[in-house]
Design a protein around this ligand. Sequence first.
Ligand SMILES: [K+]
Length: 269
Amino acid sequence: MKIPSAQQLKSIDKQTILKQGIASFDLMERAARAVFEAIREDILSKAPATSFTVIAGSGNNGGDGLALARMLFLSGITVQVYLYKKETYSADNLYNQQKLAELGIKMEYFDLSDQLSFDRNSVLVDALFGFGLTHALSEEWRGITEQINTCKNVISVDLPSGLRADGKTEKRNPVVRAQMVYTFQVPKVALLLPQSADSMEQFQVLDIGLDEEAVQEVETDVYYYTLSDAKKDLKKRRKFDHKGTYGHALIVGGSFGKIGAAMMSTKSA
Ligand SMILES: [K+]
């Protein structure tokens, strides 16, 4: 599976909207619906009375969070919504603010110096920043990320807020710590780096129907190889086949003190 960069994802996003003839808020709706279904399966099926707190930023990651809040509310779940107070919001974020207002769902606006009074036992949905984060979060954000990190159960939408999608984030920068990250379509590079271990326990990739061709056309040298990829690549085993039937592997390795990789490759071959 190819892993596009944040910049490439933006372009895939646009191509999907064009090719599928949908509006951008439809794609956001799909993303929020995918998270909602995952929450239903992972949490609500076991604990239907769980309450949620959504903390939303001003961009499309925040928009996903607001759309998710609406879906939770409409299925009878208690949900509290906090929205970062800013002069400007993305168009789809505004669209979802309006949808919440129409349903009479109150949004509490917050500033970086605020103490948020949410229920620490509710599941906290972190929808502050996704792959649109252009640089590490400044120290001003620490108050908010630390409040989020006092919750026992944090779900991050797409990425733990503060992690930059394409690479390493310094440990000293404020970052949300999530128990679960529901990431869209492809795991972002940051989710695969050991440096992110403190920011998340696990992630799940949710299919939101981004244009497959656009993903395949991306030029990258970053791939995510999964068990299902390996299963597809393996030749079908038939009766009477033998070790000569499936080709040969040339393993170049095993310099002094580094024999392990060569041995493991030989064993798996
Ligand atoms: K997030």
